[in-house]
Design a binder for this molecule. Structure first.
Ligand code: ADP
Ligand code: MG
Length: 692
């Protein structure tokens, strides 16, 4: 077959600039682009024309319905479809889609979590068009739907979604960055935050998945002994991709490309049956929307291939978990501010932004950690293949050297006898290599040459919460720095002053920099000595949302009002409790109704064989049979006790449930390893982790 790069139809299903120019008058296009690119308010007088064009364009792609597409606090996406068609008389319909339909929606959204922000008498939520993320068409086997990205808020304007605070945090960054750039005499422009989200996932064969109630209901296995051949051989990572998986990936990519999502790399990950998809980075708001579509597309396409895509952070105990590395940076006037640059001015700007990030992470590691608090992630963080729950920064040797040379100043001019002092804004920085090979994969927050890579977020998480927190805390530090710089004299002593400020920030906040092995036990002790928080579980991490200093910070930055933050806390805590309880119930049901009967059968069959052997007058083998029956019998007792303990725990708190589940699992997994393969009722890890 001919190579078909031409027919990938990139962006075909997005109402992008090309589509606008085809369907809208020139002035309308300019007005719309002005809003999209420069975040100018939308001119309501063009709404009707845009709606009409969108309808025509979408209908050409087979769309019969439209939906406001939004991101409630559940972390997923939500849509309620309305048909374009309205009947006229009994035998005819006309297609209708007005400016009002486009701009605002009133989904009956009373069932979405609001954390008490909506009273029952005003249960409605409102969706409003987010013009900065283009509308797109989602295709289904028998039709298509026009999707309009929207924000979601209550009647009184409190946010009920993940997108609104993200947009607000981008504004906070924009304001702070402009102020900083102004101090450096840079031309008037605006800040663009960028995100490249590397998505990890597992694939399992659907026929096996359907035999695992735990996978089906909880997205992860609640039972399962590790296989003899796990990932010890490390032969899967970057290994050649099996044809069945490659066919799946190619279909995923084609769908993503149609939606204008720049899926770029694909490869096998560390665990068997684990993979990664990475797009090229994009403007943050768009990248977040796109990541939601990536996850949805992975799931849908897998289904068509007799596979199931698992986005859970830890589907298999003892096997590598899945994260979502958030590559984050900020550009101004087309220049990446985390690129060290090649001249003293760019270097000085880079060092200022870097110092701000260091300060932000040190001051607010708790909020950053809280943004990754997610039940699935608890099973992954701190496990041997994922960053710890302690947030620290990896800078790499070269940049650390630079930082040290600045920090030590004149007094330690030749700290190691080789290098001298580095003067900010005067000397040129030595080249900092781009980290293309992930030199330290154990760090939760790594500088990788021209961006930071935040690795704590879980694979199933919506990136918006994480980036919202990051933007908010960094904007505060940039703002504070700009305030200080603004006070400096603008003459030749400017750079000396700047250097002193950067020096002080590094001295005060350098404790958060750690280039060593983040997986080691020694780091946990060391981090404790440095006073860095180690928030291991969701409840510990979420508790920080309510701390006065954090409520204050998010309110001052205009990102979340304290009532909004508190409502989030309530929603996230309730979600955690619900998930733990659901898992507890599924574990109990599975153990009682599937595993116990199977083990009883096994024991019964052993007992029968033993009787038969005795009756037949055999003597050899009797001892082995007795021992085996004994073993299984004791295992059955342990399983039974485990069930009873879990049942009691289900009436207690979440931590109790988790402990009881772990004990029950240990009993079940031990039985699995001694039982007859043919009788074990759940597909084993060995089979689940193989794709044929
Ligand atoms: P790798 O980690 O495989 O070596 P890269 O480091 O180049 O690859 O990129 C990893 C991810 O980071 C990709 O999604 C890439 O688009 C993204 N990325 C690269 N530059 C930036 C940037 N300036 N801002 C945000 N993300 C970026
Ligand atoms: Mg990476």
């Amino acid at each position: 077959m001919e190579s078909s790069l031409q027919d990938i139809a990139y962006g075909e299903d997005v109402f992008n600039e090309k589509a606008m120019r085809e369907y809208l008058a020139k002035d309308t296009v300019e007005a719309l682009l002005h809003t999209m690119n420069d975040r100018a308010p939308l001119d309501p007088s063009i709404a009707n024309e845009v709606a009409h064009a969108l309808k025509q364009w979408a209908m050409m792609r087979g769309a019969t319905h439209f939906t406001h597409w939004f991101q409630p606090l559940t972390g997923t996406t939500a849509e309620k479809h309305d048909a374009f068609f309205e009947p006229v008389g009994t035998a005819e319909t006309i297609a209708r889609f007005s400016g009002k339909n486009l701009i605002m929606g009133e989904p009956d959204a009373s069932s979405f979590p609001s954390g008490g922000l909506r009273c029952t008498f005003e249960a409605r939520g409102y969706t409003a068009w987010d013009v900065t993320s283009p509308a797109f068409v989602k295709r289904h086997p028998k039709g298509a739907t026009l999707c309009i990205p929207t924000v979601f808020c209550s009647y009184t304007g409190e946010v009920l979604d993940k997108k609104t605070p993200l947009l607000r945090s981008m504004q906070a960054m924009d304001k702070a960055v402009r102020k900083l750039m102004n101090c450096f005499g840079e031309p008037e422009s605006h800040a663009v935050i960028t995100l490249g989200a590397e998505q990890e996932y597992f694939l399992v064969d659907k026929s096996l998945y359907l035999k695992r109630p735990d996978l089906m209901q909880c997205g992860r296995t609640l039972f399962g002994a590790p296989p003899a051949r796990n990932q010890q051989l490390e032969d899967h990572y970057f290994g050649s991709i099996k044809p069945r998986v490659l066919t799946f990936m190619e279909e995923v990519e084609r769908e993503l490309w149609r939606l204008g999502i720049p899926a770029k790399t694909r490869h096998n990950e560390a665990a068997p049956a684990q993979f990664e998809l990475a797009p090229m980075f994009e403007e943050l708001n768009l990248a977040v929307d796109h990541n939601m579509l990536v996850m949805e597309t992975l799931r849908n396409v897998a289904d068509r291939h007799g596979l199931v895509c698992l986005l859970h952070e830890k589907p298999f105990a003892g096997v590598n978990g899945s994260g979502k590395h958030n590559n984050w940076s900020v550009a101004y006037n087309g220049k990446n501010l985390l690129d060290p640059g090649k001249n003293p001015q760019d270097n000085a700007i880079f060092l200022s932004v870097l110092a701000s990030v260091i300060r932000a992470i040190d001051l607010h590691a708790d909020m950053l950690r809280a943004s990754t608090a997610h039940f699935g992630n608890d099973h992954r963080l701190g496990a041997l293949e994922a960053p710890p729950a302690i947030i620290s920064i990896f800078l790499g040797d070269e940049l650390t050297e630079v930082i040290n040379r600045i920090e030590q100043g004149e007094s330690a001019a030749s700290a190691n006898g080789k290098v001298g002092k580095l003067r900010v804004g005067v000397d040129t920085l030595p080249p900092i290599p781009r980290d293309t090979s992930d030199r330290n994969r154990t760090s939760p927050f790594a500088f990788t040459g021209n961006k930071f890579e935040f690795r704590t977020p879980g694979s199933s998480q919506n990136c918006s919460g994480v980036c919202m927190a990051l933007n908010t805390i960094v904007s505060e530090s940039i703002d504070a720095l700009a305030d200080e710089i603004a006070k400096l004299p603008t003459d030749a002593s400017f750079h000396e002053g700047l250097e002193a400020i950067i020096q002080r920030i590094i001295r005060e906040h350098g404790r958060v920099i750690f280039n060593g092995d983040g997986y080691s036990a020694a780091w946990v002790d060391e981090a404790k000595k440095r006073g860095l928080p180690n928030l291991r579980t969701v409840p510990e991490a979420l508790a920080v949302l309510l701390e006065e200093k954090n409520l204050d910070l998010f309110a001052k930055r205009g990102v979340l009002h304290p009532t909004e933050m508190r409502s989030r806390y309530d929603v996230f805590c309730a979600e955690y409790a619900r998930k733990v309880r659901l898992e507890g119930k599924v574990a109990l049901e599975t153990a009682r109704n599937i595993l116990e009967p199977a083990v009883m059968n096994e024991l019964g069959s052993l007992a029968k064989i033993l009787c038969d052997a005795k009756q037949a007058g055999l003597t050899a083998g009797l001892q082995s049979l007795t021992e085996k029956a004994d073993c299984i019998g004791r295992g059955l007792d342990a399983l039974h006790k485990g069930c009873e303990a879990l049942e009691r725990a289900l009436a207690a708190d979440e931590q109790e449930i988790l402990r009881a589940m772990a004990a029950l699992r240990a009993a079940a997994d031990a039985l699995e390893t001694m039982s007859d393969d043919a009788r074990w009722p759940l597909p084993k890890y060995r089979d689940l982790l193989q794709i044929h």
